[in-house]
Design a protein around this ligand. Structure first.
Ligand SMILES: NC(=O)C1=CN([C@@H]2O[C@H](COP(=O)(O)OP(=O)(O)OC[C@H]3O[C@@H](n4cnc5c(N)ncnc54)[C@H](O)[C@@H]3O)[C@@H](O)[C@H]2O)C=CC1
Ligand SMILES: O=C(CO)COP(=O)(O)O
Length: 320
């Protein structure tokens, strides 16, 4: 079996490093200078500077070389997924495509599986998601993820093919639940970072995580997802990691909002566009998602932390 990873950011490189310890892996980046640097230094100096690339990992900027593999992992940000697929439609036709991004497309409200199916109707889409920092995977630390694929046979096969010594995959056919868990937890992580950054305390964070989980479930169940998927690695698991670790970029963005600091717009923070997409989607579906709306208000500068907190606390009292 041959594997390629498309996108040599932090996550794509980490997955390629882990998989290349067991099988040959091609890692594609669009930037030929970055590829030359990885070939020379045997390291992704920009994203994972302390981790050497295994001998069986081949960096390339030649897209057709990368698409010779049987299984392709798509590790580009969610908001870039459609354009990458469209740009390489011919090479990707009919391929097994495992999306590794976590988010909802701003313009359409769709997750990665639908985007793949729209651009490449003959492709066989799957999703790899769950609690994992690129740095942990790259360093060989133990990690458990969810492999979601509506085709149960293909999902079983991918689970076997993509499990490594440190990366244990569970499988599900509930792609909608896995997509939404991984996407929506980023919104709540921004909120948690904001609360901690503003010094509002650990109790407030626990409240946000719990009510955020209720909000995630509300949206996911309305979209036909299974509750047990939300309770699994892709939902509850990733919510826990992302809302509690300063290594999370979504949490870091929240921290900077809470502290009133600036934030580098070039850092990949999936939760920002996803919050906006989710708030719009919730409105059309008639769903109450007050935390998501609050995060959008904070991101747009329409709310301060003080007014956001006051608004949430003043909401009508209800059953849990
Ligand atoms: N970094 C992490 O710990 C984890 C990241 N993820 C997910 O993986 C996805 C990617 O995140 P990271 O790798 O961390 O981001 P990153 O910012 O480190 O890398 C993104 C990569 O995508 C490439 N890219 C962007 N637009 C492109 C285009 N149009 N064509 C080709 N390449 C393009 C960039 O050059 C960059 O190498 C996100 O959805 C994120 O949520 C998931 C789990 C863990
Ligand atoms: O998805 C992640 C952890 O599972 C990575 O989180 P960030 O994108 O917030 O860094």
């Amino acid at each position: 079996m041959t594997i390629s990873v498309l996108g040599a950011g932090a996550f794509g490189t980490a997955l390629a490093i882990s998989l290349a310890k067991e099988t040959p892996v091609t890692l594609w980046a669009r930037d030929s200078a970055q590829v030359a640097d990885m070939q020379r230094q045997r390291c992704n100096t920009a994203r994972l500077p302390d981790v050497p690339l295994p001998a069986r990992l081949t960096p390339t900027s030649d897209f057709s070389q990368a698409t010779e593999a049987e299984v392709l992992l798509l590790a580009v940000p969610m908001q870039k997924l459609r354009s990458v697929l469209q740009a390489h439609r011919a090479d990707l036709k009919g391929k097994v495509l495992v999306a590794c991004c976590k988010g909802i497309e701003l313009e359409t409200g769709f997750g990665p599986i639908v985007v793949i199916s729209q651009v490449l109707p003959a492709a066989k889409p799957a999703l790899l998601t769950g609690p994992s920092f690129a740095a942990d995977i790259a360093r060989g630390l133990p990690t458990a993820l969810t492999l979601a694929c509506s085709d149960a046979k293909l999902g079983h096969q991918l689970q076997q093919q993509l499990t490594t010594a440190n990366l244990r995959l569970y499988r599900t056919t509930d792609t909608s639940g896995a997509e939404l868990g991984g996407a929506l937890k980023n919104i709540i992580a921004i909120a948690c970072g904001a609360v901690i950054g503003a010094g509002l305390g650990e109790s407030a964070r626990a409240a946000l995580m719990t009510r955020g989980y209720a909000e995630m479930q509300r949206m996911a169940l309305a979209c036909g997802a299974k509750p047990e998927t939300l309770a699994g690695l892709s939902g509850f698991g990733d919510l826990t990691l992302t809302c509690s670790s300063p290594l999370s970029r979504n949490y870091q963005l929240g921290l900077s909002i809470g502290r009133g600091d600036g934030f580098d717009p070039n850092i990949t923070v999936e939760g920002a566009a996803t919050a906006r997409a989710t708030a719009a989607k919730a409105k059309t579906m008639g769903l109450d998602m007050p935390l998501t709306e609050t995060v959008v208000g904070l991101l747009n500068g329409d709310l301060t932390i003080a007014t956001a907190g006051a608004q949430l606390l003043a909401r009508p009292l209800k059953e849990e």
